[in-house]
Write a protein that binds this ligand. Structure first.
Ligand code: 5RP
Length: 263
């Protein structure tokens, strides 16, 4: 592995624990002004120091994140469809590698839609992005997207998607937690992080999901709504950090969360 590539990846997946807490705020790229991300700066700035990496688009990076931040950036470079369009899977690469270098990113991220009408197109996007990113020593995060079909999130589908992402050269993969999650991780030769998905009913549910994913081999989370849609986002990210980096139990994480609730 080239030095630059290794250095970038180790800024995201912390060598001290081999794990990562990424904060995902790229939702607007197809959802527009998502609840609590209407004003990204106000929501994200207080959490920046708590994130091992921040995932977002170049527009929001330039407009809403101070350039002085030390938090590594994972730049979402795929897009092209919106929630009101025909098919979320019809994505292409929207940002050049020169732009990613200009923005000093630690990695670039792109979605693949396995099993969709645009499966081949999104896999070709991944292959092209990996070729482009390798030139500059930039790791690629492949996101195993499901579009509007959240029910697709089972271990058979996600193992297939993660493995295909790795086969096409992704440096790490973002997927969903599911039953038999160990099957997803076991057959994926590159590190796996989980998305949080829509906000869960309770905070404890989110801590349990992160805990189970780590126990079954994930290297961390790339979580959004379950952190910043909570009324106490600092408590959420602190609790998640304890689960990911300190092997805290879900109940211990909840105690950390609760201490931020009262303050
Ligand atoms: C969308 C994404 C989001 O970043 C991802 O879903 C993470 O956010 P959340 O935890 O809110 O699901 O990649 O394709």
């Amino acid at each position: 592995m080239d030095w630059g590539y290794k250095n970038r990846l180790s800024r995201i997946i912390r060598p001290q624990t081999g794990r990562t807490v990424m904060l995902a705020v790229d939702h607007g790229y197809f959802l527009g002004p998502t609840h609590r991300l209407e004003d990204v700066y106000t929501t994200v700035e207080p959490l920046l120091d708590q994130a091992d990496a921040l995932m977002l688009t170049r527009g929001i990076l330039r407009s809403s994140i101070p350039a002085e931040t030390a938090t590594p950036i994972v730049l979402r470079v795929s897009g092209g469809s919106s929630i009101i369009g025909e098919d979320l899977s019809n994505e292409t690469i929207m940002t050049s590698m020169e732009e990613a270098v200009r923005l000093n990113v630690a990695a670039v991220a792109l979605s693949i839609f396995v099993g969709s009408d645009y499966e081949a197109q999104t896999l070709e996007n991944l292959a092209i992005l990996v070729d482009m990113a390798q030139e500059y020593g930039i790791p690629v995060l492949a996101v195993t997207a499901v579009g509007k079909e959240l029910e697709k999130r089972d271990s058979r589908f996600l193992a297939l998607s993660c493995r295909i992402a790795a086969e096409f050269g992704a440096g790490f993969v973002k997927t969903y937690y599911c039953d038999d999650f160990e099957k997803v991780v076991e057959s994926c030769p590159v590190p796996v992080v989980i998305a949080g998905g829509p906000k869960l009913e309770t905070e404890l549910d989110a801590f349990k999901m992160a805990h189970d994913a780590i126990r079954m081999g994930a290297v961390g989370v790339d979580m959004g709504r379950n952190i910043w849609q909570n009324d106490h986002p600092m408590g959420m990210i602190k609790g998640i950090r304890a689960v990911v980096h300190e092997n805290a139990s879900p109940e211990e994480a909840y105690e950390i969360f609760a201490s931020y609730k009262v303050s």
